[in-house]
Design a protein around this ligand. Structure first.
Ligand code: NDP
Length: 275
């Protein structure tokens, strides 16, 4: 019988994970089935218990269940522990191992697929929600010269900076103060959810001056207000989060199956032109 995996979320109809993992399985000759599960809000544990009873080997977790998955795991990787959230589970007998590959997927997309180095660079990250939190340690491990974290609710960014103190050159700012700090960022990353509503974080225009890359974590939205602003300021490279999505999936696949699929073809298939 084929090994069973799934992505779990609510809603789940939009998820690209079944397509991505189905393609990875064909590309690598792995015998598995991968489905999408919509669990009721408040019903994560019961639904995962059931899936495990059916012999499941692993799960990807999407909104709003990453914190539930964190609580459900009985072992955590360092990245999951640091992120305070789990986006991937592996079931091995009684072991329920939680991982978080979002941050490493983002770093791989920036440094490998887009060929933009972060080491020694000034990096600006907008947002202090789940995605930003998961990206902090992988970003700092790239050894940027400075990582500036800005958030609308400043206290959240301050709390993150306290938690990650000692991990690298992390600086916190509010949007209003950013204009004074902005002496040129190499990489500007939008990890807010503003683009999901067609909104623009209140950025001073000069943050894009001289930037090599503007990266939007939301994907499939074309030119978001953030990417439009970056383009207007002359940023040469614009990207959305489709590569991050596929790269975190490849990390999960490799963790489960012991074989790393190549990602370029899947990223190309899922890319919505930025125009
Ligand atoms: P959260 O809800 O956890 O955090 C949202 C963040 O956005 C907060 O920091 C919030 O600020 C900020 N924000 C929302 N609206 C605005 C606004 N108008 N102006 C300024 N800041 C704003 O979301 P996530 O961290 O889970 O997701 C963030 C983005 O990342 C989403 O677009 C999501 O789709 C994307 N994502 C992409 C993935 C991928 O694989 N490509 C994976 C995971 C997420 P405040 O704290 O002040 O409310």
């Amino acid at each position: 019988m084929s090994d069973r995996y799934a992505v779990i979320g609510n809603p789940i109809g939009f998820s690209k994970s079944p397509l991505i993992h189905g393609t990875f399985a064909r590309m690598t000759g792995q015998d598995l089935v991968y489905e999408a599960i919509e669990a009721p809000l408040g019903g994560f544990s019961e639904r995962v218990d059931q899936f495990r009873t059916e012999g499941a080997k692993g799960l990807n977790i999407t909104a709003p269940f990453k914190l539930d998955a964190f609580a459900y795991a009985n072992e955590l990787s360092e990245s999951a522990d640091r992120a305070g959230a789990v986006n991937c589970l592996k079931f091995d007998g009684d072991r329920i191992i939680g991982e978080n590959f979002d941050g490493i997927g983002l770093v791989r997309d920036i440094t490998v697929n887009l060929g933009v180095k972060m080491a020694g660079q000034r990096v600006l990250m907008l947002g202090a929600g789940g995605a930003a939190r998961g990206a902090l340690l992988p970003f700092l491990r790239q050894e940027p010269s400075e990582l500036v974290l800005v958030n609308r609710t400043l206290s959240k960014a301050v709390a993150l900076a306290e938690e990650f103190a000692g991990c690298g050159p992390l600086i916190v700012s509010g949007y209003a103060e950013l204009a004074d700090l902005a002496e040129g960022y190499d990489v500007v990353v939008n990890a807010t959810s503003a683009s999901l509503r067609g909104e623009m974080p209140p950025l001073p225009g000069n943050v894009f001056r001289g930037a090599k890359l503007a990266y939007e974590l939301a994907y499939g939205k074309g030119l978001t207000p953030f990417l439009q602003a970056a383009r207007a300021e002359g940023v040469a490279k614009l990207a959305d989060g489709v590569g991050m999505l596929v790269e975190q999936a490849a990390e999960a696949f490799a963790w489960w199956r012991g074989v790393r699929p190549s990602t370029a073809q899947v990223i190309a298939e899922l890319t919505v032109p930025l125009s």
